[in-house]
Design a protein around this ligand. Structure first.
Ligand code: HEC
Length: 146
């Protein structure tokens, strides 16, 4: 019953049932989004090796248009970050802008630029992680014993 209510609630926030279930088991929806970003980054690395620019482009687009965490979760995180919210958002923006650029370079089949911009996207991922990941994980997971 409670489960059904939760599901309906989540659905009304535009969240899929699968994401809701994952959230219950594995913590933040943000994590599911991250795992998808990671898959896209690996797929791009493989596609670069194969010089498959179309696939690079597809996965770069997928990063640029990544899913958003549900509003409730977003608000919780941003509230917690307080004054650092702007910096958190700017890392997200860097990854977005660089992945758009990556997609454009892949479209041109410009391999040198693709490799350079790919590393800049990766830098954006790691910059945000080193600044925010431990903090967010310790806030949202440490007390979460099920
Ligand atoms: C705006 C900040 C930010 C950006 C940009 C960002 N991440 Fe994350 N990432 C996080 C946070 C915060 C977590 C912890 C989430 C959690 O555990 O629920 C995380 C977790 C992860 C994880 C899970 C690892 C773990 O320790 O549990 C992976 C994989 C990941 N990110 C990949 C990526 C990739 C790939 C990119 C770039 C394409 C990226 N992230 C960009 C903030 C960011």
């Amino acid at each position: 019953m409670i489960k059904t209510t939760l599901l309906v609630l989540c659905l009304s926030f535009g969240l899929s049932a699968t994401a809701a279930e994952n959230n219950k088991k594995n913590g933040l929806v943000l994590k599911q989004i991250m795992l998808k970003l990671s898959k896209d980054m690996s797929a791009i690395a493989n596609a670069i090796v194969l010089e498959d620019w179309e696939r690079v482009q597809q996965h770069a687009d997928s990063i640029a248009n990544h899913e958003q965490a549900p509003l409730i979760e977003k608000r919780k995180i941003l509230q917690y970050l307080g004054d650092d919210m702007a910096q958190f958002k700017s890392f997200d923006q860097i990854v977005h802008d660089k992945s758009v650029e990556l997609s454009e370079q892949a479209k041109k089949g410009n391999s040198d630029a693709v490799i350079k911009v790919y590393s800049e996207v990766m830098q954006g991922c790691l910059d945000c992680h080193s600044r925010f990941k431990p903090r967010i994980q310790s806030r949202f997971y440490s007390f979460k014993k099920e």
